[in-house]
Design a protein around this ligand. Sequence first.
Ligand SMILES: [Zn+2]
Length: 91
Amino acid sequence: MKLNPEKYDREITLLCPVCGNSEMEHDVDSEIVKCIGCGKELVCDELIQENGVSVDSYVNEVKEELTKDIQKQFNDMLKKAFKGSKNIRIK
Ligand SMILES: [Zn+2]
């Protein structure tokens, strides 16, 4: 089952907490999703909660990417600022 909340720019795949299957049946009229792999029935909210760990790690992943980008820009800025100086070396 795919989740695509507005605050994330990618889809998150929700997996069955019992068998790890990502294929789910979902009735339009109900909040219940049913795992095709093992038949486990869960409320949508439950499924999202059961997948809380992977959602968290996704957020951390994005944070790391952002930090790397910022560090790279900062390093470039420092290199430019100290260009020509023989005493200061930036790794
Ligand atoms: Zn299952």
